[in-house]
Design a protein around this ligand. Structure first.
Ligand code: UT7
Length: 331
């Protein structure tokens, strides 16, 4: 392994929160022309947790954050930075991160959102890595939180079966014992923005003008178009982590990928010859929760004893933008 001496951002706390309400494939088959069999074989999804009208993105984010802070033993007062990765913010502005700051009472932190869709949590970790390594911050809270079902078109069977709601958070603190966020790689390709988008609410569609297409208030996805890209980019990112950190696949305890489709992850495992026990999958329970999926999976892995202190873990994601990236940590 490459020499990573010096200060890094170590993950000291972790937590997640998903709404109680569940929507099963059977429920969906009563809403659109689909079936449990189609959804299960094409995506691996069985159920997803969905918010009620009262449950908002900041609410989920705050609950996940409380758990992460408690694990870290850090007081909200001591937080220096709060980043929320989301494409389903509390409102157009202010940022969801400011709502979380208010709820936590983290009055000494500065707070902002990042919009990198499913890769948002990875981008967030990378930002914090820079702040900590260059000595400007001692700690940060990074959250992935989404209420995708609030912008889902429940009449579109191609997309409505995919998404769920939830939040995951980590507390990152300066540490000098070789642990922490050791490597990040991030990429974007804006020429393919149409593959996954939600067009209303922005400056292209001024609020005093009627939408030319009413469905622009919903997420629109060209699943087929991104499917192959996702496999290719996830593999590239994992290989980049290994090469840049001078590690082999055997050195990695777990790959935690964004949960977009079980078939995509199975394909990655097959092509990399990665054993199934090293590719965590929980998509059956939650569906695709965009930026929240990696931190939710990470929290679950630790609670289930699948990741232990000192383990080397790769987080990897691909999504709208297009965006993709990976982070290698020593936990
Ligand atoms: O996190 C980033 C966002 N995530 C993604 O973009 C997900 C990536 N893509 C995927 O996971 C897959 O492409 C999907 C699960 C979205 C779709 O699977 P697919 O194997 O690529 O299906 P397809 O879109 O090629 O559709 C195959 C057939 C079509 O019928 P015809 O044209 O062959 O008659 C669809 O109309 O399946 C039909 N279909 C459905 N049938 C039953 C599409 N959605 C459904 C459905 N139930 N829910």
């Amino acid at each position: 392994m490459k020499d990573f001496s010096g200060s890094h951002g170590g993950i000291s706390g972790y937590g997640s929160f998903v709404p109680e309400k569940i929507l099963t494939n059977e429920d969906l088959s009563k809403m659109v022309d689909t079936s449990d069999e189609w959804i299960t074989t094409r995506t691996g999804i069985k159920r997803r947790h969905i918010t009620t009208d009262e449950e908002t993105t900041a609410y989920l984010a705050t609950e996940a954050s409380r758990r992460a802070l408690s694990k870290a033993g850090l007081k909200a007062n001591d937080l220096e930075l709060i980043i929320v990765a989301t494409i389903t913010p509390e409102m157009v502005f202010p940022s969801t991160a400011c709502f979380v700051q208010k709820e936590l009472g983290a009055k000494n932190a500065f707070a902002f959102d990042i919009g990198a869709a499913c890769s948002g949590f990875i981008y967030g970790l990378s930002i914090v890595q820079q702040f900590i390594e260059n000595g400007n911050l001692n700690n940060a809270l990074v959250i992935g939180a989404e209420t995708l079902t609030k912008i889902t078109n429940w009449k579109d069977r191609k997309s409505c079966i995919l998404f769920g709601d939830g939040a995951g958070a980590v507390v990152v603190e300066r540490c000098d014992d070789g642990r922490g966020i050791l490597y990040s790689t991030m990429h974007s390709n804006g020429t393919r923005w149409k593959a996954l988008n939600c067009q209303a609410y922005g400056s292209r569609h001024p609020s005093d003008k009627e939408l030319d297409e009413p469905n622009k208030i919903y997420m629109e996805i060209s699943g087929r178009e991104v499917y192959q890209q996702a496999i290719r980019r996830i593999i590239e990112c994992i290989k980049s982590c290994l090469a840049e950190c001078e590690l082999k696949l055997d050195d990695i305890s777990m790959v935690i990928s964004h949960q977009m489709n079980a078939r995509i992850l199975e394909s990655v495992m097959k092509r990399l010859k990665l054993p199934a026990e090293k590719m965590y999958m929980n998509i059956a329970e939650y569906g695709n929760t965009s930026s929240a999926s990696v931190p939710i999976a990470f929290d679950e892995c630790i609670r289930n004893g699948k990741i232990n202190r000192g383990d080397i873990v790769i987080f990897v994601a691909f999504g709208a933008g297009l965006t993709w990236g990976a982070t290698l940590i020593k936990f």
